[in-house]
Design a protein around this ligand. Structure first.
Ligand code: UTP
Length: 310
Protein backbone atom coordinates (compact mmCIF):
# COMPACT_ATOMS: atom_id res chain seq x y z
CA UNK A 1 0.00 0.00 0.00
CA UNK A 2 2.90 2.42 0.58
CA UNK A 3 3.61 4.88 -2.23
CA UNK A 4 6.45 7.36 -2.75
CA UNK A 5 5.51 10.77 -1.38
CA UNK A 6 5.29 13.30 -4.18
CA UNK A 7 4.86 17.03 -3.38
CA UNK A 8 1.48 18.76 -3.64
CA UNK A 9 1.90 21.63 -6.12
CA UNK A 10 -1.58 22.05 -7.58
CA UNK A 11 -4.92 22.94 -6.04
CA UNK A 12 -8.39 22.62 -7.54
CA UNK A 13 -11.07 25.08 -6.48
CA UNK A 14 -14.51 23.73 -7.49
CA UNK A 15 -16.59 26.90 -7.76
CA UNK A 16 -19.25 25.90 -10.28
CA UNK A 17 -22.03 25.19 -7.75
CA UNK A 18 -25.27 27.14 -7.72
CA UNK A 19 -25.10 28.41 -4.14
CA UNK A 20 -28.86 28.04 -3.67
CA UNK A 21 -28.73 28.13 0.12
CA UNK A 22 -27.56 31.75 0.02
CA UNK A 23 -30.13 33.06 -2.44
CA UNK A 24 -30.96 35.82 -3.22
CA UNK A 25 -27.38 37.00 -2.47
CA UNK A 26 -25.99 34.47 -4.96
CA UNK A 27 -28.50 35.06 -7.76
CA UNK A 28 -25.95 37.10 -9.74
CA UNK A 29 -22.90 37.25 -7.46
CA UNK A 30 -20.91 34.00 -7.21
CA UNK A 31 -21.02 32.60 -3.66
CA UNK A 32 -17.22 32.66 -3.58
CA UNK A 33 -17.21 36.46 -4.12
CA UNK A 34 -19.12 37.03 -0.88
CA UNK A 35 -16.78 38.68 1.59
CA UNK A 36 -15.91 37.72 5.12
CA UNK A 37 -15.08 41.12 6.66
CA UNK A 38 -12.81 42.42 3.89
CA UNK A 39 -11.84 39.51 1.62
CA UNK A 40 -13.92 37.41 -0.77
CA UNK A 41 -14.07 33.71 0.07
CA UNK A 42 -12.12 32.86 -3.08
CA UNK A 43 -9.23 35.10 -2.02
CA UNK A 44 -9.15 33.54 1.44
CA UNK A 45 -8.99 30.09 -0.20
CA UNK A 46 -6.20 31.10 -2.58
CA UNK A 47 -4.17 32.68 0.23
CA UNK A 48 -4.55 29.46 2.23
CA UNK A 49 -3.26 27.49 -0.76
CA UNK A 50 -0.26 29.81 -1.23
CA UNK A 51 0.62 29.38 2.45
CA UNK A 52 0.55 25.60 1.91
CA UNK A 53 3.08 25.86 -0.95
CA UNK A 54 0.65 25.52 -3.87
CA UNK A 55 2.02 26.83 -7.19
CA UNK A 56 -0.81 26.12 -9.66
CA UNK A 57 -4.40 27.23 -9.05
CA UNK A 58 -7.15 25.52 -11.02
CA UNK A 59 -10.63 27.07 -10.83
CA UNK A 60 -13.52 24.87 -12.00
CA UNK A 61 -16.03 27.48 -13.11
CA UNK A 62 -19.23 27.74 -15.10
CA UNK A 63 -21.15 30.48 -16.86
CA UNK A 64 -21.36 33.60 -14.71
CA UNK A 65 -18.27 32.89 -12.58
CA UNK A 66 -15.81 34.90 -14.67
CA UNK A 67 -15.62 37.47 -11.89
CA UNK A 68 -13.70 34.95 -9.77
CA UNK A 69 -10.89 35.02 -12.31
CA UNK A 70 -11.05 38.80 -12.77
CA UNK A 71 -10.49 39.22 -9.05
CA UNK A 72 -6.92 37.93 -9.52
CA UNK A 73 -6.17 40.00 -12.62
CA UNK A 74 -4.18 43.23 -12.61
CA UNK A 75 -6.26 46.37 -12.13
CA UNK A 76 -4.13 49.02 -13.89
CA UNK A 77 -6.66 51.86 -13.75
CA UNK A 78 -7.39 51.34 -10.09
CA UNK A 79 -3.65 51.14 -9.31
CA UNK A 80 -3.02 54.39 -11.19
CA UNK A 81 -5.62 56.24 -9.14
CA UNK A 82 -4.36 54.77 -5.86
CA UNK A 83 -0.76 55.66 -6.74
CA UNK A 84 -1.74 59.23 -7.68
CA UNK A 85 -3.48 59.53 -4.30
CA UNK A 86 -0.55 57.99 -2.42
CA UNK A 87 -2.72 55.18 -0.98
CA UNK A 88 0.15 52.78 -0.27
CA UNK A 89 -1.80 50.57 2.16
CA UNK A 90 -4.54 49.97 -0.38
CA UNK A 91 -1.99 49.32 -3.13
CA UNK A 92 -0.47 46.59 -0.95
CA UNK A 93 -3.94 45.10 -0.36
CA UNK A 94 -4.55 44.90 -4.10
CA UNK A 95 -1.11 43.41 -4.74
CA UNK A 96 -1.79 40.72 -2.12
CA UNK A 97 -4.66 39.46 -4.29
CA UNK A 98 -2.44 39.05 -7.37
CA UNK A 99 -1.20 35.64 -8.48
CA UNK A 100 2.08 34.94 -10.29
CA UNK A 101 1.70 35.05 -14.08
CA UNK A 102 0.60 31.77 -15.59
CA UNK A 103 -0.33 30.19 -12.27
CA UNK A 104 -4.12 30.49 -12.60
CA UNK A 105 -5.97 28.15 -14.90
CA UNK A 106 -9.69 27.69 -15.43
CA UNK A 107 -11.67 24.71 -16.62
CA UNK A 108 -15.38 24.66 -17.38
CA UNK A 109 -17.98 22.48 -15.76
CA UNK A 110 -20.82 23.03 -18.20
CA UNK A 111 -23.45 21.41 -16.00
CA UNK A 112 -23.57 21.32 -12.19
CA UNK A 113 -23.56 17.51 -11.88
CA UNK A 114 -21.94 17.40 -8.46
CA UNK A 115 -18.62 17.98 -6.68
CA UNK A 116 -17.13 14.72 -8.03
CA UNK A 117 -17.90 15.79 -11.57
CA UNK A 118 -16.44 19.27 -10.96
CA UNK A 119 -13.17 17.71 -9.75
CA UNK A 120 -13.13 15.29 -12.69
CA UNK A 121 -13.40 18.29 -15.06
CA UNK A 122 -9.94 19.32 -13.80
CA UNK A 123 -8.25 16.01 -14.65
CA UNK A 124 -6.24 17.29 -17.63
CA UNK A 125 -5.11 20.34 -15.69
CA UNK A 126 -4.00 18.23 -12.72
CA UNK A 127 -2.31 15.47 -14.71
CA UNK A 128 -0.57 12.58 -12.99
CA UNK A 129 0.36 14.05 -9.63
CA UNK A 130 -1.15 14.49 -6.16
CA UNK A 131 -3.26 17.59 -5.76
CA UNK A 132 -5.27 19.53 -3.20
CA UNK A 133 -8.92 20.50 -3.34
CA UNK A 134 -10.27 23.52 -1.48
CA UNK A 135 -13.98 24.32 -1.16
CA UNK A 136 -13.87 28.08 -0.58
CA UNK A 137 -17.11 28.29 1.41
CA UNK A 138 -15.61 26.05 4.10
CA UNK A 139 -13.28 28.30 6.08
CA UNK A 140 -11.03 27.60 9.07
CA UNK A 141 -9.98 30.30 11.50
CA UNK A 142 -6.47 29.50 12.76
CA UNK A 143 -3.01 31.05 12.77
CA UNK A 144 -1.78 28.24 10.47
CA UNK A 145 -4.11 27.51 7.57
CA UNK A 146 -5.89 24.18 7.35
CA UNK A 147 -4.25 23.12 4.08
CA UNK A 148 -0.74 23.98 5.35
CA UNK A 149 -1.42 21.73 8.37
CA UNK A 150 -2.60 18.94 6.08
CA UNK A 151 0.38 19.22 3.73
CA UNK A 152 2.72 18.90 6.72
CA UNK A 153 0.94 15.73 7.81
CA UNK A 154 0.82 14.39 4.20
CA UNK A 155 4.57 14.93 3.80
CA UNK A 156 5.17 12.54 6.70
CA UNK A 157 2.93 9.65 5.55
CA UNK A 158 1.74 10.29 1.96
CA UNK A 159 -1.45 8.64 0.73
CA UNK A 160 -4.71 10.58 0.61
CA UNK A 161 -5.80 13.05 3.29
CA UNK A 162 -9.17 14.63 4.00
CA UNK A 163 -9.80 17.33 6.61
CA UNK A 164 -11.92 15.82 9.38
CA UNK A 165 -14.03 17.30 12.15
CA UNK A 166 -16.66 16.14 14.59
CA UNK A 167 -20.29 17.03 13.86
CA UNK A 168 -23.46 16.58 15.90
CA UNK A 169 -24.83 13.05 15.36
CA UNK A 170 -28.07 14.45 13.88
CA UNK A 171 -26.03 16.36 11.25
CA UNK A 172 -24.38 13.35 9.57
CA UNK A 173 -26.82 13.55 6.63
CA UNK A 174 -25.20 16.86 5.59
CA UNK A 175 -21.64 15.51 5.21
CA UNK A 176 -19.34 12.76 3.92
CA UNK A 177 -18.73 10.59 7.02
CA UNK A 178 -15.63 8.59 7.95
CA UNK A 179 -15.49 4.96 9.06
CA UNK A 180 -12.41 5.03 11.30
CA UNK A 181 -10.05 2.15 12.05
CA UNK A 182 -7.38 3.86 14.15
CA UNK A 183 -5.79 7.12 15.26
CA UNK A 184 -2.25 8.43 15.58
CA UNK A 185 -2.01 12.02 16.85
CA UNK A 186 -4.07 14.13 14.42
CA UNK A 187 -4.25 11.42 11.72
CA UNK A 188 -7.21 9.01 11.61
CA UNK A 189 -6.86 5.82 9.56
CA UNK A 190 -9.98 5.35 7.47
CA UNK A 191 -11.51 2.07 6.31
CA UNK A 192 -14.67 3.48 4.73
CA UNK A 193 -16.51 6.62 3.64
CA UNK A 194 -20.24 7.26 3.31
CA UNK A 195 -21.86 10.32 1.71
CA UNK A 196 -24.64 11.95 3.73
CA UNK A 197 -25.78 8.93 5.80
CA UNK A 198 -28.75 9.18 8.17
CA UNK A 199 -27.63 9.17 11.84
CA UNK A 200 -28.70 5.50 12.24
CA UNK A 201 -26.48 4.41 9.33
CA UNK A 202 -23.51 6.72 9.98
CA UNK A 203 -20.33 4.79 10.92
CA UNK A 204 -19.18 7.75 13.10
CA UNK A 205 -19.88 11.43 13.56
CA UNK A 206 -16.53 12.42 12.06
CA UNK A 207 -17.17 14.41 8.89
CA UNK A 208 -15.13 15.52 5.89
CA UNK A 209 -14.61 19.29 5.81
CA UNK A 210 -13.85 20.97 2.46
CA UNK A 211 -10.09 20.27 2.15
CA UNK A 212 -8.53 17.24 0.44
CA UNK A 213 -5.15 15.98 -0.74
CA UNK A 214 -5.71 13.21 -3.28
CA UNK A 215 -3.64 10.99 -5.51
CA UNK A 216 -4.36 11.25 -9.27
CA UNK A 217 -5.78 7.68 -9.36
CA UNK A 218 -9.00 9.26 -8.03
CA UNK A 219 -9.73 10.29 -11.65
CA UNK A 220 -10.09 6.63 -12.68
CA UNK A 221 -13.11 6.35 -10.39
CA UNK A 222 -14.47 9.84 -11.10
CA UNK A 223 -14.40 9.02 -14.83
CA UNK A 224 -17.14 6.44 -14.22
CA UNK A 225 -19.56 9.32 -13.52
CA UNK A 226 -21.51 7.20 -11.03
CA UNK A 227 -24.44 9.02 -9.50
CA UNK A 228 -24.68 8.92 -5.73
CA UNK A 229 -26.60 10.73 -2.97
CA UNK A 230 -29.00 13.34 -4.38
CA UNK A 231 -28.42 12.06 -7.94
CA UNK A 232 -25.07 13.92 -7.99
CA UNK A 233 -21.62 12.59 -8.95
CA UNK A 234 -20.09 12.49 -5.50
CA UNK A 235 -16.40 12.87 -4.70
CA UNK A 236 -16.92 10.79 -1.54
CA UNK A 237 -18.07 7.77 -3.58
CA UNK A 238 -14.95 7.87 -5.78
CA UNK A 239 -12.78 8.19 -2.66
CA UNK A 240 -14.56 5.17 -1.14
CA UNK A 241 -13.41 3.13 -4.20
CA UNK A 242 -9.84 4.46 -4.06
CA UNK A 243 -9.67 3.52 -0.39
CA UNK A 244 -9.49 -0.15 -1.36
CA UNK A 245 -6.16 0.48 -3.18
CA UNK A 246 -4.48 3.29 -1.26
CA UNK A 247 -3.94 4.67 2.25
CA UNK A 248 -6.47 7.24 3.42
CA UNK A 249 -6.30 9.50 6.44
CA UNK A 250 -8.68 11.89 8.14
CA UNK A 251 -6.77 14.89 9.48
CA UNK A 252 -8.01 16.52 12.69
CA UNK A 253 -7.03 20.11 11.93
CA UNK A 254 -6.57 22.88 14.45
CA UNK A 255 -8.86 25.91 14.29
CA UNK A 256 -12.51 26.88 14.22
CA UNK A 257 -14.39 25.59 11.19
CA UNK A 258 -16.98 27.92 9.71
CA UNK A 259 -19.27 26.74 6.94
CA UNK A 260 -20.04 29.95 5.05
CA UNK A 261 -22.37 28.24 2.56
CA UNK A 262 -25.46 28.81 4.70
CA UNK A 263 -26.90 31.89 6.38
CA UNK A 264 -26.06 31.01 9.98
CA UNK A 265 -22.49 29.89 9.21
CA UNK A 266 -21.92 32.96 7.05
CA UNK A 267 -22.97 35.35 9.82
CA UNK A 268 -20.94 33.43 12.43
CA UNK A 269 -17.88 33.70 10.17
CA UNK A 270 -18.28 37.49 9.92
CA UNK A 271 -18.28 37.73 13.72
CA UNK A 272 -15.40 35.28 14.25
CA UNK A 273 -13.12 36.85 11.62
CA UNK A 274 -13.99 40.43 12.70
CA UNK A 275 -13.11 39.59 16.31
CA UNK A 276 -9.85 38.13 15.01
CA UNK A 277 -8.86 41.37 13.28
CA UNK A 278 -7.03 43.65 15.74
CA UNK A 279 -8.13 46.89 14.04
CA UNK A 280 -11.81 45.91 14.33
CA UNK A 281 -12.04 43.63 17.36
CA UNK A 282 -12.49 46.18 20.22
CA UNK A 283 -15.24 48.13 18.42
CA UNK A 284 -17.02 44.99 17.26
CA UNK A 285 -16.86 43.45 20.74
CA UNK A 286 -18.33 46.62 22.29
CA UNK A 287 -21.07 46.77 19.67
CA UNK A 288 -21.93 43.12 20.24
CA UNK A 289 -22.16 43.60 24.00
CA UNK A 290 -24.61 46.49 23.46
CA UNK A 291 -26.70 44.44 21.02
CA UNK A 292 -26.70 41.44 23.37
CA UNK A 293 -27.88 43.61 26.28
CA UNK A 294 -30.67 45.04 24.09
CA UNK A 295 -31.58 41.54 22.94
CA UNK A 296 -31.84 40.19 26.49
CA UNK A 297 -33.73 43.25 27.77
CA UNK A 298 -36.22 42.93 24.92
CA UNK A 299 -36.54 39.21 25.71
CA UNK A 300 -37.28 39.77 29.39
CA UNK A 301 -39.82 42.55 28.56
CA UNK A 302 -41.59 40.17 26.18
CA UNK A 303 -41.56 37.45 28.83
CA UNK A 304 -43.05 39.87 31.43
CA UNK A 305 -45.80 41.07 29.07
CA UNK A 306 -46.60 37.45 28.19
CA UNK A 307 -46.94 36.65 31.91
CA UNK A 308 -49.38 39.59 32.32
CA UNK A 309 -51.51 38.37 29.39
CA UNK A 310 -51.50 34.85 30.84
P1 UTP B 1 -22.25 22.75 -2.28
O1 UTP B 1 -22.75 21.48 -1.74
O2 UTP B 1 -21.95 23.85 -1.31
O3 UTP B 1 -23.27 23.24 -3.39
O4 UTP B 1 -20.98 22.43 -3.15
P2 UTP B 1 -23.47 24.68 -3.98
O5 UTP B 1 -24.16 24.53 -5.28
O6 UTP B 1 -22.19 25.48 -4.01
O7 UTP B 1 -24.42 25.39 -2.92
P3 UTP B 1 -25.95 25.06 -2.50
O8 UTP B 1 -25.92 23.73 -1.80
O9 UTP B 1 -26.80 25.08 -3.73
O10 UTP B 1 -26.27 26.20 -1.58
C1 UTP B 1 -19.70 22.20 -2.57
C2 UTP B 1 -18.63 22.78 -3.47
O11 UTP B 1 -18.66 22.09 -4.73
C3 UTP B 1 -18.81 23.00 -5.80
C4 UTP B 1 -19.45 24.24 -5.18
O12 UTP B 1 -19.14 25.39 -5.95
C5 UTP B 1 -18.83 24.25 -3.78
O13 UTP B 1 -17.55 24.85 -3.79
N1 UTP B 1 -19.63 22.35 -6.84
C6 UTP B 1 -20.75 21.67 -6.49
C7 UTP B 1 -19.25 22.45 -8.16
O14 UTP B 1 -18.22 23.10 -8.50
N2 UTP B 1 -20.01 21.84 -9.10
C8 UTP B 1 -21.13 21.13 -8.79
O15 UTP B 1 -21.76 20.57 -9.70
C9 UTP B 1 -21.50 21.05 -7.44
Amino acid sequence: MSQAIRPVRKAVFPVAGLGTRLLPATKVLPKEMLTIVDRPLIQMAVEEAIEAGIEQFIFVINYGKEMLVQHFDNAPQLMKVLEARGKTDQIETIKAAALPEGSLQTVLQQEALGLGHAVWCAHHAVGNEPFAIILPDDTVLNSVGCLAQMVKSYNSHGGNVVAACEVAPEDTRRYGILDISGRQDQALSIKGLVEKPSPELAPSNMAIFGRYILQPEIFTYLARHEQGAGGEIQLTDAMAHLLADQDFYGFLFEGERLDCGNELGFVKAQIAFALNKPSLAPDIAEYMMTKLREYHEAGSKTAKSMKKVA
